[in-house]
Ligand binder design. Structure first.
Ligand SMILES: NC(=O)c1ccc[n+]([C@@H]2O[C@H](COP(=O)([O-])OP(=O)(O)OC[C@H]3O[C@@H](n4cnc5c(N)ncnc54)[C@H](O)[C@@H]3O)[C@@H](O)[C@H]2O)c1
Length: 408
């Protein structure tokens, strides 16, 4: 697709540029600032996603965002470009690009550096540059040094995104915003900017903010791992874990946050736990243990099924391929690990998902076909659409406790 250029806006002063603004984090943020009356430029290297947005379509499921997009397009305050030549020399610039880990489970620093280096020539001294992506601890200080070594003087801040995917619009306006920066002036500028959205600003130092974000996600990853480990222990003993969960949590305040088991996946929790582990010299035993439990749940399910069924002679249907319920995002979804591993153990594997488009996975089949043709079904993603599903007398494996509670 051709590049999309920032045009038709001569004389417009951009207040905020969101780099990676067509992404899951960037778009709701851009729309929220636009809704506050700011002139917003989305800069993203994905022109197809920009074309979608310009046509009034959200590139990914984001609840409550459609009216924001409609208003932003009608307002004439939302601009888009896929060319770094259009980055303005005024206004705040916020980085929301992906920050994955590599095949060694270490952060890919060059993605952030490459992006910064493409922006630097466009920016003027005194401009506010905010890191919002989840970064390896020390990245904000590195950026400060890197900018200074380039002979430049920018206001550098790190203001992490902590929304839960799919519900950013709601949470951006309801949750406190952590703000950190390398100078008091930068901190004040970042606090003033995010104060337009967040009800509360929490000011800390950059390394504290970087750890706060990673600790938040890692804590959640470990909580899910505990739930998954308890589930496997109870299940191995032939006991209904969901009865235990009910007993543990009913009117008992100290266990009220205990999650239920499930496939713990997606683009953030695993990789942020691994970033933290990388920072800790691979000596983060609890994080690695959580990873083994969460990733191992897929293999546990298959092993348990092999004890009861002749999988090699069966067709297995997977219900749900998105990494979590009610979204269309397949990034790092454990449903795909399930499918890959079952390909080695089962006769055939069929898969379906009401949210995931053929563009993201052309192999998916309609739900009724998967139910009809499968000998056994596994609930991989607990979408509400499966709540009242009738599969006749076919076995339906549910580790989430949403449909049936039988031990597997
Ligand atoms: N997804 C979430 O719910 C969530 C929540 C909190 C924090 N985060 C963090 O936010 C960051 C972004 O995550 P995401 O899920 O939005 O990723 P994403 O892949 O959905 O979005 C990133 C966007 O950046 C664009 N991009 C990549 N490199 C670019 C460059 N050099 N210049 C301009 N655009 C570029 C991509 O085209 C894409 O649209 C990550 O650090 C992630 O860990 C994500």
């Amino acid at each position: 697709m051709d590049a999309i250029r920032f045009s038709g806006a001569e004389g417009v002063e951009i207040d905020v540029t969101v780099v990676g603004g067509a992404g899951h984090v960037g778009l709701p943020l851009a729309l929220s600032f636009c809704d506050q009356g700011l002139n917003v430029l989305i800069y993203d290297i994905n022109p197809a996603a920009l074309a979608d947005i310009r046509a009034g379509n959200l590139p990914a499921v984001e609840y409550d965002a459609q009216p924001y997009l409609d208003r932003a397009l009608a307002s004439g305050r939302l601009f888009m470009t896929s060319s770094d030549q259009d980055i303005p020399s005024t206004g705040a610039v916020i980085l929301t690009i992906g920050t994955p880990v590599d095949e060694f489970l270490n952060p890919v620093h060059k993605a952030v550096q490459g992006c910064i280096d493409s922006l630097l020539p466009r920016l003027t001294d005194g401009q506010l540059l905010v890191l919002r992506s989840t970064v390896f601890p020390g990245t904000t200080q590195w950026l400060d040094r890197h900018v200074a070594e380039s002979g430049r003087s920018l206001k550098i801040a790190f203001c992490p995104e902590r929304v839960v995917q799919g519900y950013a619009i709601r949470e951006l306006h309801n949750m406190p915003q952590i703000v950190s920066a390398t100078t008091p002036e930068a901190e004040d500028a970042a606090a003033a900017l995010f104060g337009k959205l967040a009800p509360e600003i929490v000011r800390v130092k950059p390394m504290e903010a970087e750890f706060a974000k990673l600790f938040n996600n890692t804590y959640r990853y470990i909580q899910f791992a505990i739930a998954n480990q308890f589930y496997m222990i109870a299940n191995n003993a032939g006991v209904d874990y969901f009865n235990i969960h009910q007993a543990m949590t009913h009117n008992y305040p100290r266990a009220k946050d205990m999650p239920k088991p499930g496939l713990t996946a997606g683009p953030c929790l695993f990789k942020d736990t691994m970033q933290l582990s990388s920072f800790a010299g691979n000596q983060f035993n609890l994080g690695h243990a959580a990873m083994l439990v969460n990733e191992g749940l897929v293999l546990y399910v298959i092993e348990r099924l092999e004890r009861r069924y002749d999988l090699a002679g069966m067709k297995v249907g997977l219900l749900g391929m998105a990494f979590k319920a009610e979204v269309d995002d397949v990034r790092a979804s454990l449903s795909y690990k399930m499918r890959k591993m079952l390909a080695l153990h089962a006769g055939k594997v069929l898969a379906t998902d009401p949210f995931v488009s053929a563009k993201d996975d052309p192999t998916l089949l309609p739900l009724d076909q998967v139910v009809r043709e499968s000998d056994i079904l596994i609930l991989c993603t607990p979408h509400q659409a499966y709540r009242d599903l009738d599969v006749g007398n076919k076995p339906l494996i549910d580790i989430w406790g949403m449909l049936n509670r039988a031990p597997i």
